[in-house]
Design a protein around this ligand. Structure first.
Ligand code: EPZ
Length: 438
C-alpha cells in the first residue's frame, strides 16, 4: 500500500542544526499512518544491483538512510529516481564496484552492496563500516559468508576487497554462529546468482529478510525457507526487473504505539502489520495498553498511567532491540520497577544519561537496566546520540513537564520521516527549530 505522501527531509542550513522543541502534557488522539520499512527498503535497493533493467520499489520512506543508499547505488553506476514514495533504479550498466568511505561511514547498511556486487560483477571494494554510537558493529559474518561462497576477501587500508572465483560464486552450506540480519541478507543476495545450492543455517527470521527474499523471488530467484532459521537458495543465471511493494515499518509502528501509550492517548494506527508485532503487543498489554486489531488498522487505548514490565531483547520473533530505548522511556514514567535486558548490543544504552537528565531513575548494570518509574519527568536540553535513542527522547519530551529541546535530530531523520509533523497531527506540541550549530 503506497505510503502517505510526506515532503522529503529538509537539508540542514549551513551553520544551523535542526532540533526539536517539545512541550509535554498533551494526550495523543487521532490517526497515524505508518511508513514503509527502512530496514527492508535498504537491502532491496542493494538487491536491485543484481538485476539488469529498471526495478521499482513502492512504499519507500523519505529518509536520510534511503538517500544515502541512493547515492551509493549512483556511485556504482545504477541510475535511480525517487518520485513520491517509489524508488526506481536501473542497474543495467554498473560502471564501478567501489562503495566509498564517505558514504559507508554515514550508513553501515551500505555493506549490503557487497554480496550483490560480488555476484553480479565478480568484484567488490567496500569501505569497512565503522562502529556506531553504542559500540563496535563487526561484519565478520558477512565476510565469512562471502568466503564460503568462494570469494577471496582481503582487508586493505580500511576497505573490504573481494573477488569471486573464475566462473562466479559457488553455492555453499553456511551456518552462522549468531543470528545476523545483515549477514543473512548479504549471503541471501549473493547466493541468488551463485552456481549450485546454498543453505543458510541459523538465518535471521526478521520480516525485513522475508521481504528481501520475496523481492528476490519476484525477480526470478529460487529461495525457500525465508522466515525460518534455514534458508535454501538455488542459484539462477540472471534475475529480471521487478516492481515490488515494501512492507510497513514495524519499529516505527511500535514507536507510534509507544507515543500513544506514554501520553495516555487513543490513536488509530494505519498500515502496520500486526503479525510483525506479536511480542511487542504482549509487552504493551503487560503495561495496560489495550488494542483493537483490524485488517488495516490498530486502535490503541492507553491507561492514564502505565504499569512496569520486564523486557529482554532477542532476534525476531523475540523483542526487537530497536524498541528497547523507546520502552525504557515508557518504563521511566510507569508505575513500579521495570527491567530491560539487552542481549543484542550490550552497550546500547547511550539514551540512559539523557533520560536521566529529564528525571528518569535508571540503574545500569552490565547489559541490564533497572528503571524505577517516576510520576513526572521534567523537560530539559537533551542530545540525540543515535536513531532509536532519539525517538525515546521525543517520547519522554511528550510527557515531561515543560519544554524539552532535543539536539542533533538528524539522527532521527535517518529512520523516521518527518516524525514531528505526524506527531503534531495527533496533538503533540512539537516543532522543528534551527539552532546555532555546535
Ligand atoms: C540490523 O542491523 C538493523 N539495521 C538494526 O537496526 C538492528 O538493530 C539489528 O539488525 C538487530 O535487529 C538494518 O537492518 C539496516 P545484526 P545489523 O547483524 O544487520 C553481531 C536501526 O535502528 N554481528 O543482526 O547490523 C552484531 O554485533 C538499526 O534501524 C557480528 O558479530 O545487525 C550484533 O551483536 C540499528 N558480526 C548481532 O550480531 C557480523 O558480521 C546482531 O547484529 C554481524 C553482526
Amino acid at each position: 500500500m503506497p505510503g502517505v505522501d510526506h515532503p522529503p527531509p529538509r537539508v540542514e542550513k549551513r551553520g544551523n542544526v535542526d532540533a526539536f522543541r517539545i512541550v509535554g502534557g498533551r494526550r495523543l488522539e487521532g490517526t497515524l499512518p505508518v511508513s514503509g520499512a527502512k530496514n527492508a527498503a535498504l537491502p532491496m535497493m542493494a538487491a536491485a544491483l543484481l538485476i539488469p533493467g529498471r526495478s521499482i520499489i513502492h512504499n519507500v520512506p523519505h529518509l536520510r538512510d534511503v538517500v544515502t543508499m541512493h547515492k551509493v547505488l549512483a556511485e556504482l553506476g545504477a541510475r535511480g529516481g525517487y518520485p513520491n514514495h517509489s524508488f526506481e533504479v536501473d542497474a543495467t550498466e554498473l560502471t564501478q564496484v567501489q562503495a566509498s568511505w564517505d558514504l559507508v561511514r554515514t550508513m553501515r547498511a551500505s555493506i549490503y552492496v557487497l554480496g550483490p556486487l560480488l555476484a553480479r560483477m565478480g568484484r567488490a571494494k567496500v569501505s569497512l563500516p565503522g562502529g556506531c554510537a553504542w559500540g563496535p558493529r563487526p561484519v565478520d559474518l558477512h565476510l565469512r559468508g562471502m568466503e564460503l561462497l568462494g570469494a577471496k576477501v582481503e582487508l586493505d587500508h580500511g576497505y573490504i576487497v573481494a573477488e569471486a572465483p573464475a566462473g562466479g560464486l559457488r553455492g555453499a552450506h553456511i551456518a552462522f554462529d549468531i543470528s545476523s540480519v545483515g549477514a543473512t541478507g548479504n549471503v541471501l543476495m549473493a547466493a541468488t546468482l551463485a552456481r549450485g545450492t546454498t543453505v543458510i543455517e541459523n538465518a535471521s527470521r526478521e520480516p525485513e529478510i522475508v521481504a528481501l527474499a520475496d523481492f528476490l523471488i519476484a525477480a526470478g530467484a529460487k529461495i525457500q525457507g525465508q522466515g525460518t532459521t534455514t534458508i535454501t537458495i538455488d542459484g539462477v543465471s540472471s534475475l529480471s526487473p521487478v516492481e515490488f511493494d515494501n512492507i510497513p515499518d514495524r519499529i516505527e509502528a511500535g514507536t507510534f504505539i509507544a507515543a500513544a501509550a506514554i501520553t495516555g492517548g487513543q490513536v488509530n494506527l494505519v498500515g502496520a502489520r500486526p503479525d510483525h508485532l506479536a511480542i511487542v503487543f504482549e509487552r504493551f498489554r503487560d503495561m495496560g495498553v489495550r488494542f483493537a486489531i483490524e485488517a488495516q488498522s490498530i486502535q490503541i487505548e492507553a491507561p492514564s498511567r502505565l504499569r512496569a514490565t520486564r523486557i529482554t531483547t532477542a532476534p525476531y520473533p523475540g523483542f526487537p532491540t530497536d524498541l528497547q530505548a523507546v520502552f525504557l522511556a515508557l518504563l521511566s514514567v510507569a508505575e513500579g520497577t521495570g527491567v530491560v535486558t539487552e542481549t543484542i548490543y550490550p552497550d546500547r544504552f547511550t539514551h540512559v544519561p539523557e533520560l536521566a537528565r529529564m528525571g528518569a531513575d535508571i540503574v545500569l548494570s552490565d547489559h541490564v537496566a533497572t528503571v524505577r518509574g517516576t510520576a513526572q519527568l521534567s523537560g530539559a536540553l537533551v542530545t540525540s546520540t543515535d536513531l532509536r535513542a532519539s525517538s525515546a527522547l521525543v517520547l519522554a519530551g511528550l510527557v515531561a513537564k515543560g519544554e524539552t529541546l532535543l539536539h542533533r535530530v538528524y539522527h532521527i531523520d535517518r529512520g523516521y520521516e518527518r516524525i514531528e509533523d505526524r506527531l503534531r497531527g495527533v496533538g503533540a506540541n512539537i516543532e522543528r527549530v534551527s539552532i546555532a550549530g555546535p
